[in-house]
Design a protein around this ligand. Structure first.
Ligand code: CUA
Length: 344
C-alpha cells in the first residue's frame, strides 16, 4: 500500500511533464506538422504503425484483463485448475495475425524507402545542394549555380531538392523536422537525401548527432521562397561583392578585410574556413541561435566562446584577446556586416 502511495506522489510530476512536453513541436520544427511530401510520407508511416500498435495493445490488454478476472482464485477453491496444453487452432490464429500486421506495415514502408531514395537521375534541371557539417555550423553549396551560402539554406517551393550530405570534422546529422530527414553527415562519406517544401516559410534545422559541447546550438534554417524569388536570390548572390553600400560601413569594411576575409567569404572573395557571409544581414539568426541585431553581432565577434563553446572562431574582444579590437572597431565591423544583404 505504501509503495502504491509513493508511486501516486509521482503523478503531479508526470502531469507537469506532459504539460511541458506538449509545448514541444513548434509548427516550423515539428515532424507532426509536415510541410512537404517527404515529411508527409514519413508522418503517414508513423501514424500507420502507431494505429497498429494501439490496436494490438487494446486487444492484448482486454484479453489479459478478462483472463485475470474470469480465472481468478475464488474462495473455497483448492488446488490447481485443469491445465490445457496445445491448441492448434489458437496457435495458428496467433501466428497468422502478426504476419498479416507485419505485411500491412512492410509493404508501404518498403515502398516509401524506395520513393525517398530516388536520385536526380534523368532530371536535367534538378536542384542539387552539397551540405557540409562543421563544428558548429552548416555550409550549403549549389554546385550547378556556382554559389555558396552558410547557415541559411534557400530553396524554391514545390521543387525537389537533392542533397549530398557530408562533414569535415566529426559526425553530424542533417535534420529539418518539418520537411523530413534525417541523414548523417559523416567525414569522408556522402549521404543522399531529397526534400521538398510545399509552403513558403522558414523551417528550423537541427544537428541530430552529438558532436561536441555546442551540439545543441548547431541550428540552421531552411528558407523556402517562391521559384521566382529563388532565381532572384541566386542572381543577387552571384553578383554580391564585399564592397560596402554605405559610407558609415567603410571603416568596418577595412577591418573586415584585415581580420575576417581570410576565413570568411563574401561573394567571390575570401577564405573557405568559416561560414560564408555574403548575405549575413539577411539571416534570421546570428550563429544559428541569436536574434540578428547589431548588439548580438558585437557580442558574437567579441567572444564567440561565450555563445557557442568549442567553436573555431577566435575572440576579438580586448578583454578576452589583448591583441583584439576595441569596442569601437567591433561596432564598425558589426555595422559593415549589417550591410551585407541580397534581399530588400
Ligand atoms: Cu553537429 Cu551535433
Amino acid at each position: 500500500m505504501n509503495r502504491w502511495l509513493s508511486a501516486c506522489r509521482l503523478l503531479p510530476l508526470f502531469a507537469a511533464l506532459m504539460l511541458v512536453l506538449s509545448g514541444c513541436g513548434e509548427p516550423y520544427l515539428s515532424t507532426l506538422d509536415p510541410k512537404g511530401p517527404v515529411a508527409e510520407s514519413q508522418f503517414t508511416l508513423m501514424k500507420l504503425s502507431i494505429y497498429i500498435m494501439l490496436l494490438v495493445c487494446a486487444v492484448v490488454f482486454s484479453i489479459f484483463a478478462y483472463v485475470l478476472i474470469r480465472y481468478r482464485k475464488r474462495p473455497g477453491q483448492d488446488g490447481i485448475p485443469k491445465q490445457v496444453e496445445g491448441n492448434t487452432k489458437l496457435e495458428i490464429v496467433w501466428t497468422v495475425i502478426p504476419i498479416i500486421l507485419l505485411l500491412i506495415l512492410a509493404v508501404p514502408t518498403v515502398k516509401q524507402v524506395f520513393y525517398l531514395a530516388e536520385g536526380p537521375s534523368g532530371d536535367e534541371d534538378a536542384l542539387k545542394v552539397k551540405v557540409t557539417g562543421y563544428q558548429y555550423w552548416w555550409d550549403f553549396e549549389y554546385p550547378d549555380l556556382g554559389i555558396r551560402a552558410s547557415q541559411e539554406l534557400y530553396i524554391p517551393t514545390g521543387k525537389k531538392v537533392y542533397f549530398e550530405v557530408t562533414a569535415k570534422d566529426v559526425i553530424h546529422s542533417f535534420w529539418v523536422p518539418a520537411l523530413g530527414g534525417k541523414v548523417d553527415a559523416t567525414p569522408g562519406l556522402t549521404s543522399n537525401l531529397w526534400l521538398q517544401a510545399d509552403e513558403e516559410g522558414v523551417y528550423a534545422g537541427k544537428c541530430a548527432e552529438l558532436c561536441g559541447p555546442s551540439h545543441a546550438l548547431m541550428d540552421f534554417k531552411v528558407v523556402a521562397v517562391s521559384p521566382e524569388e529563388f532565381d532572384d536570390w541566386v542572381a543577387k548572390m552571384k553578383a554580391a561583392s564585399a564592397e560596402p553600400t554605405s559610407g558609415a560601413a567603410q571603416q568596418g569594411e577595412k577591418l573586415f578585410k584585415q581580420n575576417c576575409l581570410s576565413c570568411h567569404a563574401v561573394g567571390k572573395e575570401g577564405g573557405p574556413v568559416g561560414p560564408v557571409l555574403t548575405n549575413v544581414a539577411d539571416r534570421v539568426k546570428i550563429a544559428g541561435i541569436l536574434e540578428n541585431n547589431k548588439e548580438n553581432m558585437e557580442k558574437w565577434i567579441a567572444n564567440p566562446q561565450d555563445v557557442k563553446p568549442g567553436n573555431k572562431m577566435p575572440a576579438f574582444g580586448k578583454d578576452v584577446n589583448p591583441e583584439g579590437l576595441t569596442q569601437e572597431e567591433i561596432s564598425a565591423l558589426a555595422e559593415y556586416l549589417s550591410t551585407l544583404s541580397v534581399r530588400e
